[in-house]
Write a protein that binds this ligand. Sequence first.
Ligand SMILES: [Zn+2]
Length: 385
Amino acid sequence: MRFVESGAGQSYKVISPQPLEILMRPLVDAHLDLAWNATAHDRDLSLSLEEMNAAESGMTDVSYRGRATVTFPEMRAAGVFLCLGTLLARSGPAHLRKPNYARTDLDYTTRIGSYAAANAQLACYRFWEQQGEIRLIQTKHDFDEHLTECADESCHKVGVIISMEGADPILNPAQLEEWHQQGLRAIGPAHYGHSHYAGGTAVDGPLTQDGRELLKAMERLKMGLDVTHLCDRSMEEAFELFGGTIWASHHNSRTLVPNDRQLSDEQMQKLIHRDGVIGTACDAWMLRTGWTIGKTTPEGLTLEAIVDHIDHVCQMAGNADHAALGSDLDGGFGTEQTPEDLKSIADLQRIGELLDQRGYDSNDIEQIFSLNWLRLFRKVLPDNL
Ligand SMILES: [Zn+2]
């Protein structure tokens, strides 16, 4: 694909559409809450998608029972050979028990609660590695070996790099080294509300003193900073303070769908300037303006909306070097809140075809599907343990 300046400033248009090409492309997904699904939702990800959804028949504890899109067999069918797998538990000031407090399955009043929950999730990844479902990628050696084996098709395990969504399970910045030794390679300091380290979605405010220390410690350990969910002030400060590898794992455009959960064009430009990558998420309310969770239905929303957000990043950058996918599938929602033609993570493959129809060439699509994430992920892995 070529990007040509369409006039003023940084605006680009796509020209020369290429002929349709349908093939299975290796895919990297930068955001999947795999372990949280096992611990909080009691899901067996080794089942087929059909089996797992059938097993939830009649369950009503959450709206997305029986509507899952991700299991390990399904990831293999999707061509997902590598992902960031999260640790997700909160115990920040936003999540302390208060009057009318409705506990969610990721909130803890005590920090030890979130610490223990994240460790339980870590145990899931270790178990899955022992079961041969995944390969934990902790070093550059693991990474290179996995890619070599995937390239000659001798590996059918999903590579998983551990990331943390909301840093509350890290009891203090000094404990970061311990987490790093356990395999943690990237962190998003906040989730929804204030964490102990930063302001997250739906609030605003600066990094805390511990947040600043955490970022410095992450930089020393060459860990990745995931700015997704940081509120504007905390993100601004993080851009200034953190000199290491930076990305937005699952984050869409505020210009296309206005909401503080989304990235402004200015924030996208900062990420692009830092050689960052932005993963487009598949949660419907981030794809379509005016979506009301629990009310709006996916009719009329298709994978094209995901491509719109990917394309927005590419048009901002003037190339395809900074856009990618961070699907967030099964991240607290199911097919009631995905595009109507996205019933399984395997449907993400069709995005290649749609990009092709918009004029992206096979190199661009390869960048978006895998190479952009590979470029960044390798940087945050130590040579050896
Ligand atoms: Zn998230």
